[in-house]
Design a binder for this molecule. Structure first.
Ligand SMILES: Nc1nc2c(ncn2[C@@H]2O[C@H](COP(=O)(O)OP(=O)(O)OP(=O)(O)O)[C@@H](O)[C@H]2O)c(=O)[nH]1
Ligand SMILES: [Mg+2]
Length: 467
């Protein structure tokens, strides 16, 4: 791993902004920056050589091309010396004016003076390889950058503070002790394991397996937090699905007419609900299609239903419920986990709640997309469904948001269960120990203590350059 190289990148997003940052990390970061930096202000001479400047200071000056003496930009330069930095290496951050030209010119000079362009996520990868953070924390950096809601941000921040890594290491340490005990009995047969010790080992493994199971069980909730709750609005034509979308978004996003079959395509928008991101999808009304475009639209409605975490099943409460409504309801019942029955056009049927409860275990809410009545109740009901789901996170204190972590946890748990089976059959400690070692390897792969370059390459390639 060529960690002796100094890397550089523009760390701020493209486009125009107040400032843009060129970031350097590595053994030559300070000397490279010194060659292109001319201090301004009173401290000029003292600050010319950044290698002599105190760590964690910000200096005012100019970026100057050393070959021509031409000034490129007026800047603030942050000098941060190892090991107290993001990467644990010497770092310099050059705060330029936030435009494409000054940033590109500064970057050009930095590369000419000996830095190499950083790969995606390479700064964070160095933080990991330097031992400042574990792999779960490195992944949390990416989740934090991509967080779409308050709740997702909080979960990422908890992971970044080492919550998940800490829990994994806790279980790993307990398992390692059990493993060591077994290994001792293999290496020194005179240290045979007594039956009561074996019972304690079995109980220990069971307990760890249970803890891994509840961690893995928090994945569904974690995924919802990370990606947002996918909510599909479904129903037969003309019941007011598009009107409901518009009312929830407080925006005329979808076309509304009194002609059944108006919506032909899925319309998706994000909204924030009680700190959760909601990806809300309006769909084409489901019925025996009148023409080909409508039939294609209905196919997409059904695909949205399969993809959804939550379905809002809309009925028109001002009319009699009919066979078409019933068909939609039974389709949703067949294929979906969670749904709310939204009885729309409340302004037309006033307080007379329609008869016939179709879906016993779904909440039923009467709304008017036209007047906004009942919308608050609907929002509360949606939040309530996901508040109940939050119990898993409350139990473990830690949420799994990554499929990679869940897969490793499940594999570790399977290995532990195999070990329990082996103990039950009275097979030798060597065989039990093999399964326990596999579980340890899986747990180690989560925090990056056991890793392969392949895993690292996949994880860090998802980052942006400059992070
Ligand atoms: N009075 C009343 N009319 C409503 C309400 N919601 C929708 N409408 C009317 O119902 C008709 C159909 O509304 P849309 O929102 O287009 O219905 P849709 O379910 O999206 O219909 P398709 O896209 O054809 O499937 C329009 O004339 C709306 O103005 C409501 O709460 N009260
Ligand atoms: Mg519509």
């Amino acid at each position: 791993m060529p960690e002796h190289e100094t890397i550089a990148a523009i760390s701020t997003p493209p486009g125009e902004g107040g400032i843009g940052i060129v970031r350097l990390s590595g053994p030559d970061a300070l000397s490279i920056a010194s060659r292109i930096f001319s201090p301004g202000g009173r401290q000029k001479e003292k600050e010319k050589n950044l290698c002599r400047v105190k760590s964690h200071r910000m200096l005012y000056g100019f970026i100057t091309d050393p070959e021509t003496g031409e000034q490129v930009d007026e800047v603030l330069v942050a000098v941060m010396r190892a090991p107290g930095t993001y990467t644990r290496e010497d770092m310099v951050e050059i705060n330029c004016h936030g435009g494409a030209h000054p940033l590109a010119r500064t970057m050009e000079l930095v590369l000419r003076e000996g830095a190499r362009l950083a790969l995606p996520g390479e700064f964070t990868k160095r933080a990991f390889l330097g031992g400042r953070i574990d792999l779960t924390q490195a992944e949390a950096v990416l989740s934090l950058i991509q967080a779409k809601s308050d709740a997702a941000g909080k979960a990422a921040l908890a992971q970044l503070s080492g919550g998940l890594g800490g829990r994994i290491r806790q279980e790993t340490a307990r398992l390692a002790r059990i493993c060591a005990h077994l290994e001792a009995s293999i290496d020194f047969p005179e240290e045979e394991i007594e039956p009561d010790e074996m019972a304690a080992i079995t109980a220990g493994i069971k307990n760890i397996s249970g803890n891994l199971k509840s961690l893995s069980g928090s994945y569904e909730e974690g995924k919802l937090l990370r990606d947002g709750i996918k909510t599909a609005i479904l129903g037969k034509p003309n019941v007011g699905k598009s009107s409901l979308l518009n009312a929830l978004l407080s925006q005329e996003r979808a076309i509304v007419t009194d002609i059944p079959g108006t919506t032909r395509d899925v319309i998706a928008e994000y909204m924030n609900l009680g700190g959760h991101a909601l990806k809300i999808m309006d769909t084409a009304g489901i019925r025996e299609a009148a023409d080909r475009p409508e039939a294609e639209g209905i196919k997409k409605s059904l695909a949205a239903m399969d993809e959804a975490d939550l379905v809002l099943c809309v009925l028109d409460g001002s009319a009699e419920f009919d066979e078409e409504d019933m068909r939609v309801i039974s389709r949703i019942k067949e294929r979906c986990k969670r749904a709310i029955l939204v009885i729309n056009k409340k302004d037309l049927f006033m307080n007379k709640k329609p008869e016939g409860l179709f879906a016993e275990d779904w909440p039923e809410i009467c709304v008017s997309a036209k007047t906004g009545a009942g919308l608050e109740e609907l929002k509360v009901s949606i939040t309530e469904i996901f508040r109940q789901k939050n119990q898993a996170g409350a139990e473990t204190g830690v949420l799994i948001t990554s499929l990679r972590h869940k897969t490793a946890l499940d594999k570790a748990r399977l290995a532990l269960d195999r070990a329990l089976g082996t103990i039950g059959e009275g097979l030798p400690a060597e065989i039990v120990s093999l399964d326990l070692s596999e579980a340890l390897r899986e747990l180690g792969s989560i925090t990056g203590e056991v890793g392969t370059d392949d895993i690292l390459a996949i994880i860090f390639s998802e980052f942006c350059i400059g992070k």
